[in-house]
Structures are given as C-alpha cells and as structure tokens.
Ligand binder design. Structure first.
Ligand code: SF4
Ligand code: SF4
Length: 142
C-alpha cells in the first residue's frame, strides 16, 4: 500500500499568502518561522497536494511570534474586534469554507481566476509585509 501524503492545514488568508510570499532569506519573524513556511510552500508545488482549511492557526503559523500555542489562535487576527475577518473574506472570495479540502493545483487556479494580478484588499488593510515578501511579484508568477 502506498504511503498517504500529509495533508496541509491552512487558515483562510494563508491559502493566498502561501502561494505568493517569498520567504527566502528569512525576511520576517525568524529563520525558524520562514524555514517552516518554505517547507509547506515546497509541498504545495505538487498540484495534487491536499490542503484542509482550518479556522485559526494552521501549519504555516508555527513559530510566529503572534501564534498562541495554547489555544492555536493568532494574537493579531483571532480575537475581537474583527476576529477572523481576514480569513472569512478570503474564504468567501475563493468559494471555500472551514473544513473544506482542496488540492494545491485547484487552489492556484481559483486564486488566478478570482484575483488575476491584483492583490486582495487584505494586503492593504491587514498587512505591512508586501514590500519585503514581494507578494505582487509572486502573484504574477502563478
Ligand atoms: S501573524 Fe498570525 S496569521 Fe500570521 S503567521 Fe503569525 S500567527 Fe499566523
Ligand atoms: S501582503 Fe501580506 S496579506 Fe498580502 S499576500 Fe503578502 S503576506 Fe499575505
């Protein structure tokens, strides 16, 4: 029997970010955070890689200074006011819900179809990292 591939668990907005962020050179948080993030991006290079949508922190949040290991929530995005707004907006845009599964290949197609080469609104209201992560460039390469 073949070895089953590990499913990646991602929160809503990381479905987008993980497809466009360039974390080479460890530009944010810590080398450990970036190395972990790259590991999942490499797995997602396989279009058949399965991804499960989770409601709070997923695999790519590990080692972030805002990751609350006790309850699995993000100190920036998962508490009121605006708890989970960033994720819910992205899930709506991609026609996905918490608990859904999607392959990496299908996810890329949905991102291209929904956003084209224009960054989502969250990149302006919720995040200040575009200039160091070159997300716009990454989006054009999808
Ligand atoms: S800031 Fe929050 S959502 Fe972003 S990586 Fe850290 S824990 Fe995850
Ligand atoms: S700018 Fe921020 S929110 Fe937008 S894709 Fe990059 S990391 Fe994600």
């Amino acid at each position: 029997m073949g070895k089953e591939k590990t499913k990646i668990r991602l929160r809503g907005h990381h479905l987008f970010c993980s497809n466009v962020m360039d974390v080479d050179g460890d530009p944010i948080y810590s080398a450990r955070f970036c190395a972990n993030f790259r590991k999942y991006q490499q797995m997602m290079a396989d279009p058949s890689q399965a991804i499960e949508v989770v409601c709070t922190c997923g695999d790519t949040c590990r080692y972030c200074p805002s990751w609350n290991e006790q309850d699995g929530k993000c100190r920036l995005y998962d508490y009121p006011p605006n708890a989970n707004r960033i994720d819910l907006e992205m899930l709506e845009a991609l026609s996905l819900s918490v608990g859904d599964e999607i392959t990496s290949g299908e996810l890329k197609q949905r991102i291209k179809g929904r956003f084209g080469t224009t960054l989502p609104a969250m990149c302006s209201w919720a995040c200040g990292f575009e200039s160091v992560l070159h997300c716009s460039q990454g989006q054009r390469k999808l």
